[in-house]
Design a binder for this molecule. Sequence first.
Ligand code: GLU
Length: 303
Amino acid sequence: MVTIDRKAHYNATMRDLIFRFAPSPNGHLHLGHAFSALVSQDMAKKSGGRFLLRIEDIDVARCRPGFEAQMLDDLTWLGLDWERPVRRQSEHFDTYRSAIGKLEQMGLVYPCFASRKDISEHAVPGKSDPDGAPLYPGLHKELSIRDIARRKAAGEHYAMRLDMDKAIVKAQEISPHPLTFREMNQDMGDAETVIADPARWGDAVVARKDVPTSYHLSVVVDDALQGITHVTRGRDLFAATDIHRLLQVLLGLPEPVYHHHALLTAGDGRKLSKSHGDRSLKNLREEGMTVQDIRKMIAEKVR
Ligand code: GLU
């Protein structure tokens, strides 16, 4: 008779729940970041899950060590604690290069030398992506191998773009089901299935000549490598999940569950942001605010 060691079986099949907070150190953290970090850590705590911090610093020109140090200090002050070592994306460009290589081998990416100006001049009026940027009008999609070689040899800058139509067809071949993701709320009840529509992004940028990755590519590669089971982040990244799911299917990566939390708004209803000079956590701390004050301010601003 075969006996099953139920406890061992349970331990082997029960995956840890892993949450993460993934800020970019390109400025000081503000209340919106504090909220995002607290949502993620609170969900991890409530579910007995693990909590990781990831530094998303692929934009090496704008991300600075000083911002990162202040960020870690602010998060510690807020009472957050995370596992070490912390993954820093700028240390893993080779990993992203190999993911791009895989998409290249599948014939799904192409170099585009068009400048932002070229794109806005050729864009179809009224056609924009979910972030409001002009939809890429397909310039340079049909460049010859010779043209590409000539432009690269001349040192021209380029972006690697995902051929969205081909990518969607390929993803359907790999997984012949509708492309969806699961969205859960903060109390982690039943998840709702959301239809992903990556086509609305057009041929999205997945890497650049000088930085061999993009937000979309590194986020899916890292979430998979770090075994993230629950991606928690702001509602402003809800639509980006469409591209993330597409890339996960193409690269054979697991599908996490998502929670896109509400955004904090300033008094006039707009989203809080560094660029509008909203006060940073650093400033609020210097003004003598306590963690309780911060939590109270956050609760008042959740939309
Ligand atoms: N690094 C992104 C940001 O700071 C967040 C990415 C994510 O959570 O998926 O907005």
